[in-house]
Design a protein around this ligand. Structure first.
Ligand code: ADP
Length: 427
């Protein structure tokens, strides 16, 4: 039940296997510490007797396996709910199975295909808790000393960097419940849109490219290979979204598919709910692939449902966080540059090559990675641009200037920028 009293310090006792779901007030942070017992936030253990500060509006849960007492303090009363039942125990069981496979993989020589630890892919509709489950599995593995690779294919939210990107990073320590994933090592590809339908083929090209680089990194590192991967996916599970899930499973050679679905209290009016349907479809497709497990898991009732507007807002927060840091601890730089200092491109845009430019008989195929130069004008206002690693010059010349926000002072690493449809307006 929600707590009755105001924002002053208060203690909460958690029984074993229960969780306290917390939503920090909208305009003031919340301080929390562990007084006794053991507890964790999405797989990361709370240090004993150490105050942690959570930013406004954050939604999270403190879970305990064996019982704990925590203390909270906030100017604005957080909204809290104490839950005696959570699906976390089933997630812990999945972790135990993955652990076994890692131990089995570790002593094997690199040329043995079984030296590859579990490659887990988490699928399900939006707001089923995919990112949260991914983080739990990664943090539990890291706590045991493994170095699993986190692959985030969800361009809608961007758990590693910003929306519009896919990324991969080794997880070497349990994920900080406030700071998230350290940004210094991830491998990031800029797709530029928050939905794959803008350029499905480009999305596939980037997923493939990311998989190849990850594969290369793992091949030279027995420890990382045995640790395996956790792959987070988009909430788009119908039609083309479903095809993209299969593409991801195939491209990363996933061998454990976790299908998240309905919360326990959902009334099952339909014979086949969406989780059931997705599970059986994937299982059918993969039945000829030995050694791939497709597992249904219950969604946590604590996962917050977000409508399109809320999602747009959290995207915007995420981009702000990228530039300013979660606690406003970063200082991005606003700069003025000449139009001529940069060349901006779009990927996959622009007209197709004329038939006359092709060999006789060849059909003009749309190349999803074709670059089209973009004129710098008002249309680019508030566009989030990626800096390309390209070194080749181009030809855009003009005397006009633009003001841009960069994560750090000094020159940008390149003058070639990539635009998509991701925009961000500082508020
Ligand atoms: P998805 O990746 O499927 O879109 P997320 O894992 O991002 O869903 O979860 C959505 C939101 O719900 C996140 O803000 C997350 O912190 C919150 N959340 C997830 N599980 C819980 C829980 N047990 N209690 C409270 N909040 C939760």
């Amino acid at each position: 039940p929600p707590m009755a009293h105001g924002g002053g310090p208060r203690q909460v006792k958690l029984d074993r296997e229960s969780e306290l779901r917390i939503e920090v007030g909208y305009d003031a942070p919340l301080k929390l510490r562990l007084l006794s017992g053991t507890a964790e936030i999405f797989g990361t253990e709370l240090p004993p007797d150490f105050w942690l500060t959570f930013p406004p509006r954050l939604k999270f849960a403190v879970f305990t396996l064996n019982g704990a007492t925590i203390e909270m303090e906030a100017v604005r009363k957080p909204s809290t709910r104490l839950m005696r039942y959570t699906p976390n125990i089933s997630y812990v069981n999945v972790h135990a199975v993955l652990e076994e496979r890692r131990h089995r993989a570790k002593p094997l020589p690199p040329d043995d295909p079984n030296s590859q630890g579990p490659r887990v892919i988490v699928v399900g509709p939006t707001d089923s808790g995919k990112s949260t489950l991914s983080k739990m599995l990664l943090s539990w593995a890291a706590k045991k000393g493994w170095k699993p690779t986190f692959v985030d294919l969800d361009i809608g939210q961007g758990a590693i960097t910003i929306p519009g990107c896919i990324a991969a990073t080794p997880i070497e320590m349990p994920i900080d419940p406030v700071e998230g994933i350290p940004l210094d090592i991830p491998l990031v590809y800029f797709y530029g849109h928050t939905t794959p339908s803008n350029n499905v083929d480009l999305y596939k090209v980037l997923v493939k490219e990311l998989a190849q680089v990850v594969e290369r990194q793992l091949s030279g590192n027995a420890e990382s290979r045995a640790s395996g991967m956790v792959i987070n996916t988009m909430g788009w599970i119908e039609g083309q979204g479903y095809e993209l899930l299969l593409h991801a499973i195939d491209t990363f050679n996933a061998n454990v598919v976790l299908v998240l679905g309905q919360a326990p209290m959902t009334v099952r009016i339909f014979l086949l709910n969406s989780q059931e349907k997705l599970w059986s479809m994937i299982r059918n497709v993969l039945k000829n692939k030995p050694g791939v497990d497709v597992v249904k898991l219950q969604k946590s009732g604590g996962v917050v449902s977000r409508n399109a507007k809320f999602r747009q807002k959290s995207r915007s927060h995420r981009i702000r966080e990228y530039f300013y840091g979660l606690a406003n601890d970063l200082s991005p730089h606003s700069n003025i540059a000449n139009f001529s200092d940069f060349s901006v491109f779009r990927i996959g845009g622009g007209p197709q090559a004329p038939r006359s430019a092709l060999p006789i008989g060849a059909e003009p195929a749309a190349d999803p990675t074709r670059l089209a130069p973009v004129n710098i004008n008002r249309d680019l206002l508030h566009t989030v641009l990626a800096v390309s690693f390209a070194k080749e010059p181009d030809q855009i010349i003009s005397r006009k200037t633009i003001t841009y926000l960069a994560p750090s002072a000094g020159e940008l690493p390149s003058k070639y920028l990539i635009a998509g449809t991701v925009t961000w307006l500082e508020t």
